[in-house]
Ligand binder design. Structure first.
Ligand code: NAP
Length: 267
């Protein structure tokens, strides 16, 4: 039986463990997990049946190790356990901006990068996947299968990860921020914010379901009759939003560059 290890049980690590166990993709008993603050992993163990351990034990006893620490923590964590991570192990890093090249300079394990989304809490998240040259077809099948169990696994070029992660991992936050502005604008028109938020949330859920069978352009066409009210609103969005989204990509690009510089400078 394959043993799976998780190093780091923060927001993302604990979400992955909970969803893999809940969906039956991995049995709790097949998971070893470690975290800097031990109480966090112990609480998770009580809820999921996983086995708490130290980073070294996780690295030693697991066949597949999910590295779920922050990007600037990766060098230190791998530095301590690199001697255990040989080509017999598959390491899957979820750390943004830590390239396969950097990871490979830190250990000799087979390597993959995964960039999940918290939307996998609802089994709907997109996880971007990139694999090192030293991975096997079986590694790729195994990891894609696990992320399919909690959403959608999408292979991607590593060079595109930053922009694609804006569309997948950051997007729930962006959508929420946009809808919050919509609600606040209604509030400025004397609609109670609780009512506006409830109506927008419900409409957003309905819209997401319509989009299962419809493109964005198709949905706009079916809602916005020519010369009608919706069309007037859509023209404003089409005028104002391109600049905003271009600026959004520029801002996240700058942030990625800052993080990469820190990673290159060893934190
Ligand atoms: N959150 C997301 O939506 C998301 C999406 C895609 C990718 N990611 C990636 O996921 C990674 C984790 O993000 P997060 O949001 O889960 O951050 P987080 O909540 O801060 O979790 C990081 C965890 O790593 C633990 N940790 C730190 N140093 C450690 C060490 N030496 N040994 C063992 N555990 C250690 C921390 O322990 P403590 O309890 O002591 O702090 C913490 O629980 C990041 O690299 C991020 O780029 C996150």
């Amino acid at each position: 039986m394959t043993t799976f290890g998780f190093i780091g049980t923060g927001h993302l690590g604990s979400m992955l463990i909970k969803k893999f166990v809940e969906t039956g993709a991995i049995e709790g008993a097949a998971i070893l997990a470690s975290n800097r603050t031990a109480e966090k992993v112990e609480r998770l163990a009580e809820a999921t049946g996983i086995r708490p351990a130290s980073n070294c034990i996780v690295a030693e006893l697991s066949d597949v190790i999910f590295l779920c620490v922050r990007p600037l923590e990766v060098r230190d964590v791998l530095g301590d356990i690199a001697y255990l991570l040989n080509s017999g192990k598959l390491v899957v890093s979820v750390a943004g901006d830590v390239s396969l090249e950097i990871l490979q300079s830190l250990c000799t394990a087979r390597l993959a990068r995964a960039f999940p989304s918290m939307a996998s809490l609802k089994l709907q998240g997109v996880t971007l996947l990139a694999f090192g040259d030293n991975t096997t077809a079986e590694d790729r099948r195994l990891i894609a299968g696990l992320f399919h169990a909690i959403g959608h696994a999408v292979p991607a070029e590593e060079k595109d990860f930053a922009v694609l992660a804006d569309l997948t991992s950051c997007a729930p936050g962006y959508f929420a921020a946009l809808m919050r502005e919509f609600v606040l604008a209604a509030e400025r028109r004397d609609i109670a914010s609780e009512l506006a938020e409830r109506l927008v949330k419900q409409t957003l859920l309905g819209t997401a379901m319509l989009l299962e069978e419809e493109s964005f352009a198709g949905l706009i066409k079916s809602v916005a009759t020519i010369g009608g009210i919706t069309e007037a609103g859509i023209k404003i969005i089409q005028r104002e939003a391109p600049g905003m989204f271009d600026q959004l990509f520029l801002a996240t690009e700058v942030r990625h560059e800052q993080v990469r510089t820190k990673i290159d400078g060893h934190g």
